[in-house]
Design a protein around this ligand. Sequence first.
Ligand code: FE2
Length: 367
Amino acid sequence: MVEEISIRKIDHVKFFVGNARQSAYFYRNAYGFDVVAYAGLETKVKNEAGYVLKQGGITFVLMSPLRANHPDASRLILHGDGVSDIALQVDDVRESYNLAVSRGAVGVIGPRAVEDAHGVYHYATIRAYGDTTHTFVNRDQYHGAFAPGFDAIDPSRYNPATYHETGLLAIDHIVGNVEEGKMNEWVEFYRKVLGFEQLVSFDDQDISTEYSALMSKVVQSGRGRIKFPINEPAHGRRKSQIEEYIDFYGGAGVQHIALATNDIVHTVRALKANDVSFLRVPRTYYDTVLDRVGDIKENIEELADLGILVDRDDEGYMLQIFTKPVQDRPTLFFEIIQREGSKSFGKGNFKALFEAIEREQEIRGTL
Ligand code: FE2
């Protein structure tokens, strides 16, 4: 048996949603993904429908149940739309699964090899925080569109793109919100079960405004190719944004997915033109930002117009912006990030950002 699970990268992120067909429209036309594969009744899949969307190195899979007796149908009532699985590509699915389970992971689906005309697709699934899972995937012997059950869709069968190209390249990090007192447990899960290493940690002194206190630790794998920050609520005067998430999601789950670009000004302009809504910080943020972060190559006026935030650490700087939640519940949202050397997560922006989130919470009456 192998000593370490060799995780290559995030293979795909699976969203369980109420209406995969309509979600595919959103991710195509707002975020600029290509719709490349489909599963459903027409491909002999009886109980669910799914769309595979790709852009740069990012793969999203949107799945919806077709009937009430689908094993996961009830999660739509409990969680609403959200991320159900973060699939990790590994060298060997069976060894990864066996090693994870021997170290305490809870198995959901044991190792399987599914064969169709395009080859053999290997996968196995373990539990992560809340109802989220990790599926180990190996597609070295599989040459189909995505996985057995899915047929390729020629992206050109859709009308020519009327959206603005967004230039999203990769998943930078995926953040989980867990219940109060559970952060360390999940950090240990990633360290001991999956062999991640722990990065910087923030405590509630670093990350608190009057209300939205949280604690956060980051685990990473593959020298930073995969980064998972884990948040838990900390005590503030009123309700933490993490508690708000857990209330509405019905437990722990994925809070945000950060998508990397190498030209955030272009990306955010395009996303705005596609009608994506972002959180705004007050204009006064830009009065002092350059004193804090020093020289940057971007035009500060342009960043201020778009509401892009800047932070710096010892290794460089980074630019980031956060969308509003992408479903009715105040749960999952996206971050757009451009790294110019910095490997951190924008700690210097937390205060301005959390105040912006609190203004939204105030409007929702959940503060
Ligand atoms: Fe983030």
